[in-house]
Structures are given as C-alpha cells and as structure tokens.
Design a protein around this ligand. Sequence first.
Ligand code: ATP
Ligand code: MG
Length: 440
Amino acid sequence: MRLSRYFMPILKENPKEAEIVSHRLMLRTGMIRQQSQGIYSWLPLGKRVLDKVNAIIREEQNRSGAIELLMPTLQSAELWQESGRYDAYGKEMLRIKDRQDRPMLYGPTNEEMITDIFRSSVKSYKDLPLNLYHIQLKFRDEIRPRFGTMRSREFMMKDAYSFDLTLEGAVHSYNKMFAAYLRTFNRLGLRAIPMRADTGPIGGNLSHEFIILADTGESEVFCHKDFVNFDIPGEDTNFDDVAGLKSIFDKWTSVYAATSEMHDEAAFNAIPEGDRLSARGIEVGHIFYFGTKYSEPMGAKVQGPDGKEHAVHMGSYGIGPTRLVPAIIEASHDENGIIWPESVAPFDVVVINMKAGDQACDEACETVYAALSKAGRDVLYDDRDERAGTKFATADLIGVPMQIIVGPRSIASGEVEVKDRKTGARETMTVEAAINRLAG
Ligand code: ATP
Ligand code: MG
C-alpha cells in the first residue's frame, strides 16, 4: 500500500475526549471514528487489525471443532418471549418496530436464535456434540459507553454455542472452548487469565471470564502470580481427548483467580503474600455452561440412546474482537505510539522514503516494496512528500513492527537501515540483505 494513496486520517493533536491510551491512539492513528455515542466506524487501518484478530479467533474456533455460520443482527421479539428474556433484559436491549408494527430487537446476544436454529433440524443425539459460532455485531445500550471501542454500544462478538446430550458432554465442550481461548489470546500477544465468574443475566452455574491485566481495566481482579508461567496448549492439542482437555482446565483453575464479584478474601489471603496479585483487568472473553436454561422452555430436545426425548445441555462462549483491539494496545505501546504484536499488525513492514523525489531513494524503495509484497508481506510504503521526521513519527505511531529507512546518504553506498519498532534496535545493511531479512 502506498501511503500517498491510502486513507489514514492521522490527527496531529491528541484527541481531548480520550481518557485512556488505547482510545487516544486509535483516534490519533485514524483507526476508528465515532459516529454517534458508543457507535464507531472502523477506518482502513483499524479494519486491517480487526480482520487479523478475527482471523486468529476463527482459526482457533475451527481447530477446536466449532463450525461457523452467520446470524442476523435484527431478531424477532417472539423468540425472546419464548425464553422469558424479552421482559427480563431491560434497557440495554434496543427495541424496534418494523413497518407492520411487529416488535423486533437488535440482538445483544444470540442464545434464543441459535436454539431456534438447533431445534428446527437436530432431533437425535447422534448429531451431537455440536458447536456453532458466528462473528457478528451486537448492540447493548450500555449506560456508560466509554473508552472508545472498549465499551461501546454497537460492538462485535464472536459467540459460540454448544449442544450436548449430557452434562459430561457439555463439560467437555466447555473445556474445548477453554483451551481454544487460551490459544487465541496467546496468539494475539496477550496473557489472559481465566477467572471464576458470576453467571449474571445469562444464567447458569459454570463460568469463566478471561481477563487481561491492565491498569486501565474496569474490573478489579485478584489472582496468584503463577499464572504468568503456565503453559499454553500447543497447536497439536487433541480437542477430542476428554482427559487431556480436562487436565488443561484443571491446571489453569488450580490456583486462585477471581474478579471482585467472586472474590473470597480468606482464600486470597491464604496465598503467600509475595505471590498475590491484586490488579485491574479487562474482560476479553467469557464462557458459560447453563444447562437446559433455553433448551427446556424453547423445546430444543433430542432423542437419546434410551429412545426418550432430552432437553440439550448448552453453553455459550463470547469473545469481543472490537474490545480486543484496544486491549492489545493497552498492553503494548510506548510514548511514541502503538507496538503491534506481529500477529495482528496492520502491516508487517513500513518502507520509509526519507527523500521522495530523489531518484536513488525512489528506486530503492520501489525495489524493496515490490520484493516484499511479492514475498507475501503486507507492506506500507511511505512515499508521501513529507519531512523525514514526520514519516518517522508516523511509522512509530502506527506501530508497524519493522521499518526500512531509505535515505540519500546511505543509499549512495547501497545501504538502508532496518529498525525494530519494539526494541528500537537499528541495523544498517544492503538493500538485498534487508529484503532477505524481512521477506518472512
Ligand atoms: P462487561 O462485563 O464488560 O459489560 P459482559 O459480561 O456484559 O461485558 P458478555 O456478555 O460476557 O459481556 O460478552 C462477551 C464478550 O463481549 C465480553 O467478554 C467482551 O469481550 C465483549 N463485550 C461485551 N460488552 C461489550 C461492549 N459494550 N463493548 C465491547 N465489547 C463488549
Ligand atoms: Mg461477561
């Protein structure tokens, strides 16, 4: 991508309305734009990051055996009357009427709809287990939307729903998501800690929130320091191995971790003082087992091996991609801007032409840009007619992991500089060596 032809509306000044660093940086780099309170557009730079986050979420959901579909944002109120949640949900639900005066709503979550899809076609235990997910916009009319896309009214969620004949089956489905979440957040460059959670209005009795530690987090959390060293399940994890997944779950729930709602002061104080971690955190994922809460009233039943009808055991599993993007920034930035983990960076490399219009600089930049693009890297070429200082600042601000700096002096001897955004380390090398280094 040539920056001169791209759309990246960078702000010169720090936006005053932003209270936390991720919100400030997302606005400054032109990743997002607020359209009305708690409702955002994702501009091209932000969209690239969001797509990469979603791609990782999708890969790990698929790896665990979940199957993707897509449900609509607008739902009919009837379904929610069946489960009893239409009245229970309160003001967070945006209620709408269509032209025939039928009550509709903008979905805050999809348990009812997925249960309806399930009951319409699955009739036998032989079709279980089943886990269906989608990545879709949700709307919750939050009383206090704030911090940009961290807590917005319209936001994206990956929500998965599992169906099993028995409690034991449902627990295995839960453990699959538990392991998939550990892998997902790790690949996003984050260490998320699963914490026993209150089941809230969705209801149920087994639930964990996945929390990232950050000073700006809205939740107060308490846990054992050991979490920092626990192993993440590998790529070769066998998601059909019931005992194997249970041991991952057991390990990751073996030491104390709780949000303030579930906090047990005595249990926490039993941890040696030096091992206690009391901090703030951001909830990036939440998993629930809730049994037959929806399948019972909505008649989602299958025939079991005993020939009888059984309401299925269900769970639901959410991740917030539009919250994850700012959460990643909260965890990874410095005074100059964002430092993207490679896995979600909007571009892999930025080529900085210090003197656009200079023949040698232009030629070297074009060579590098073409070669790295051909090698499959996402390359941003800063070919703008701007001062070198402005370009350096932009490159640091938008946090692309590697920079190739092409200036008239060094290119005269055939050399460029390669800079690592995270460490700040710089190295001078030939154009060819730079291409080889960054080709992947
Ligand atoms: P919170 O406690 O932060 O309000 P929640 O517990 O109501 O969130 P869940 O129903 O558990 O949210 O939703 C699953 C995931 O969706 C959350 O873990 C979070 O990542 C994301 N999410 C929920 N609400 C929002 C929001 N208003 N803005 C952005 N992401 C959100
Ligand atoms: Mg939650």
